[in-house]
Design a protein around this ligand. Structure first.
Ligand code: SF4
Ligand code: SF4
Length: 91
């Protein structure tokens, strides 16, 4: 599961032919292959959402879910509220 605020990666195992292209093209080394060649998300916190994995996959077996604008805005507001609360506690 991706950390809050990060894009999430969906891998459709039944479509994936385990070619490893997505792993090779990921600039942040987020993806990896296990001993059987199965793709998994090794390091979700480093995903930049560049979508190279999705664009390069020949079988449409991987999808990057970006946060929607409204969701991003809500999370920014929640973060700001948290920071404000911390500042008030210090005073
Ligand atoms: S979106 Fe970019 S950084 Fe994230 S897993 Fe795909 S290629 Fe890697
Ligand atoms: S590029 Fe697509 S088919 Fe190839 S290993 Fe990655 S998800 Fe599977």
């Amino acid at each position: 599961m991706a950390k809050k605020g990060k894009p999430s990666i969906e891998i459709y195992g039944s479509w994936c032919k385990r070619c490893g292209i997505c792993v090779a093209f990921c600039p942040a080394e987020v993806l990896a292959q296990d001993d059987s060649g199965v793709i998994y998300v090794k390091d979700p916190d480093h995903c930049t959402g560049c979508e190279l994995c999705e664009l390069r996959c020949p079988d449409f077996a991987i999808q990057v879910r970006q946060l929607k604008k409204k969701e991003k805005a809500e999370r920014t507001v929640e973060k700001m509220k948290g920071e404000l609360h911390e500042d008030l506690e210090k005073t």
